[in-house]
Design a protein around this ligand. Sequence first.
Ligand code: TGC
Ligand code: FAD
Length: 392
Amino acid sequence: MKPDLFQAPDYYNLDDLLTEENKMVRDAAREWVKRDVSPIIEQAAQDAKFPKSIIKGLAEIGAFGPYIPEEYGGAGLDQISYGLIMQEIERGDSGVRSTASVQSSLVMYPIYKYGNEEQRKKYLPKLASGEFMGCFGLTEPDHGSNPGGMVTNFKDKGDHYLLNGAKLWISNSPFADIAVVWAKNEEGRIHGLIVERGMEGFSTPETHNKWSLRASATGELIFDNVKIPKENLLPNKSGLGAPLGCLDSARFGIAWGAIGAAMDCYDTALRYSKERMQFGKPIAGFQLQQKKLAEMITEITKAQLLAWRLGVLRNEGKATSAQISMAKRNNVDMALHIAREARQVLGAMGITGDYSIMRHMMNLESVITYEGTHDIHLLITGMDITGISAFN
Ligand code: TGC
Ligand code: FAD
């Protein structure tokens, strides 16, 4: 892969809206991605291997639990710093951002929010430092967009629960130490359970042959009469709203992360277009290429404003799930569109691993699908503005 010459676009001087802490956190993440992610990520994606060597660095830049209080090992940052960290990581690779999103918003968040003090103290500091890695099991083979239909279940056996079922498409599952798993009790109520690697009857086979998120490990979670100690149930929230509440936090991070992937594609295309000569002049001088680049920077700027405003609302505790949903859908769609356009600006070179664009494009096909598909997010907005659910 070519040296990482990334220069972040900031067309509307959005830096003026950030605090000194926001900028410090963002710059540290940016520096780390340049130094430790860019040199290895293309090979990791080509090899379809999650680069475990980056776990320590992710913990050091505060990517594991950015907004979790410091007393539990988190970084205690605001929502905009959290978003900026996700942006910078996804500038490097969506798969690396996935690892951080899952650890922070889908594992640490439910333990922090729905767990008791003992669970917080037992797991959060180790998750924050990367000593423990976690995964989140909601999706099942027959229940993706409709997680409320899940069939994974647990029965009360007196001194323990007995867990049965299967989860599919689970980021980090092949190497995770713990899994936050959503399952129904005998009354059909959804609860979160912490399942630990090594428990008898629990296995995590890896899913192979992905053309997307190749630097992120994806797998299954299989529960065959797994005995779960009663103290591993998350006591403070149940129902579908519990896992969906975690998704709000992760989707917010994705809304920022996708901007990073888009910025990298735009920056690469801009630089290439100024250097690549055809018909005796740089291709950046042709109107059709300028149209592509002008539209890219416009869409990135709009997405940055959306994310920033959403961050302010989150900091004030005022962001709704539907507002988060809109930002996730818009910004991922924007990034995927930009990746496709930027790929064309590079001509044949755009399909090679010498540049990051094709990897971003393929990754974004997962990002537009997970944490709620593009269609599902359209329907969430539709439901919010009409008051009528198109789901049931
Ligand atoms: P519905 O009846 O609308 O809602 C059930 C209950 O949940 C509440 N609720 C929410 N609560 C918190 N946050 C949200 N975002 C919420 N959305 C809904 C709702 O108020 C209700 O509460 P209550 O108290 O009345 O019971 O549920 P539904 O069955 O009609 O489904 C709605 C739908 C389709 C929007 C939802 O199920 C959905 O979002 N589906 C998409 C599934 C999804 O996003 N899966 C993600 C799996 S995890 C993942 O992809 C990780 S990728 C990680 C990575 O690598 O980065
Ligand atoms: P389906 O729900 O079968 O949808 C198929 C198509 O039908 C989609 O286009 C969808 O938009 C459309 N559709 C469905 N319902 C409707 C409707 N009502 N109206 C209109 N159209 C509809 N899940 C986890 O729990 N944990 C993870 O860590 C995790 N990581 C993932 C990592 C990767 C790489 C991927 C690809 C997925 C991951 N997922 C994870 C799963 C992800 O959340 C689901 O793939 C996603 O929610 C969609 O479910 P599905 O794939 O079963 O598609």
